[in-house]
Design a protein around this ligand. Sequence first.
Ligand code: SF4
Ligand code: SF4
Length: 434
Amino acid sequence: MQTSFTPEQLADPHVAESEKILRRCVHCGFCTATCPTYVTLGNELDSPRGRIYLIKDMLENGRAADEEVVTHIDRCLSCLACVTTCPSGVDYMHLVDHARVHIEKTYRRPLMDRLIRDLLAAVLPHPARFRTAVVLAKLGRPFAPLLKRVSALRPLGAMLDLAPASIARPSDAATPGTRVPQAERRGRVAILSGCAQPVLDPGINEATLRLLSRLGIEVVVPEGEGCCGALVHHMGREEPALDFARRNVDVWIREIDNGGLDAIIITASGCGTTIKDYGHMLRLDPAYAEKAAKVSALARDITEYLSTLDLPKLEPKGLNVAYHSACSMQHGQKITLAPKSLLKAAGFTVRDPAEGHLCCGSAGTYNILQPEISAQLKARKVRNIEATKADVIATGNIGCITQIATGTAIPILHTVELLDWAYGGPEPQKLSVR
Ligand code: SF4
Ligand code: SF4
């Protein structure tokens, strides 16, 4: 694609990067076929190619974002299916990241939209605040249908709908400290506790700690780590996102310097995609660029790491597992085989739902901010999963677990919970209550 940025515009490294990305696009439109919003809405401006044109036009003309651009960029899930499909290697992720920052800086959103975004940014990344919000949301749940009748308040209704029916007790899994392994030590890793996951489903990191301990891996839960920054990053709030990233980089570099780390384990693939991008996010910060690149190079999804540990092959269990590959897993991190291979080796029968490349509609805060499109994608995903006649669903991202669980009675677990069970851990509660 031809571009016409001025030398002055290209002096801005963000614009220079976007220009390089734009030039790779050859307008072929292959990406439209796998874009969930194009497939759902059928509008070219809700396709990757359409969004690329909108972004090009806005940036080239140095224009503030307008309502049209914001509408179509807001509808993008950042699922990155387009990146997997694109034959030209267009780095849509960093292009849309730049567009979102530009929108945040140049566009004044309607009051209610601003308030809801401020609320999400102030609450979700902080586990204590999020826990309180989940308790309040549970109480407010009966008002969800009322809120959903008013267009500007629909996101609040969607938020209440997503609140879990029961709230797990705070877990020791997030308590800082070093877990000495049960078996002979053969590795040392740090684990990300994160923000929303320990509140919504602490069992995921509990299962991870148990399994790694039995495999001889020492696990550190470092003091001071927190939200990876993805939630605000996807809202275009660059500075808070970079602050979260810097904080985690400091914490992990301290652990690398005091005892070394083989890996930084992440059990939510949405967070993993962002942490693997810290090196890029902080590339222009001379104090952090090198450290952030080091952290990104050590980041591993739990299934990626387990694949290096040669887990033994187990007898078949007679349990059919529909594997839902989160977008951040398959498109963001290109991890497609490891989770399924691990499940198969552990004795589960793995089934692939149709249209596995399409997002379930969770996408961070998307299911709150774009509830209508999200609901359509969820219904499509659930239909495809239920068609597999699986006994259980496995996935690697808490957002997908929360989203899909509200649409089906089939229990949905994190892949690592099934692996922990297969290799000697307790049966996951979601299965024992079936
Ligand atoms: S990230 Fe997903 S929703 Fe956004 S343009 Fe690409 S395929 Fe479409
Ligand atoms: S597939 Fe790639 S090159 Fe083709 S239109 Fe989409 S982004 Fe551009």
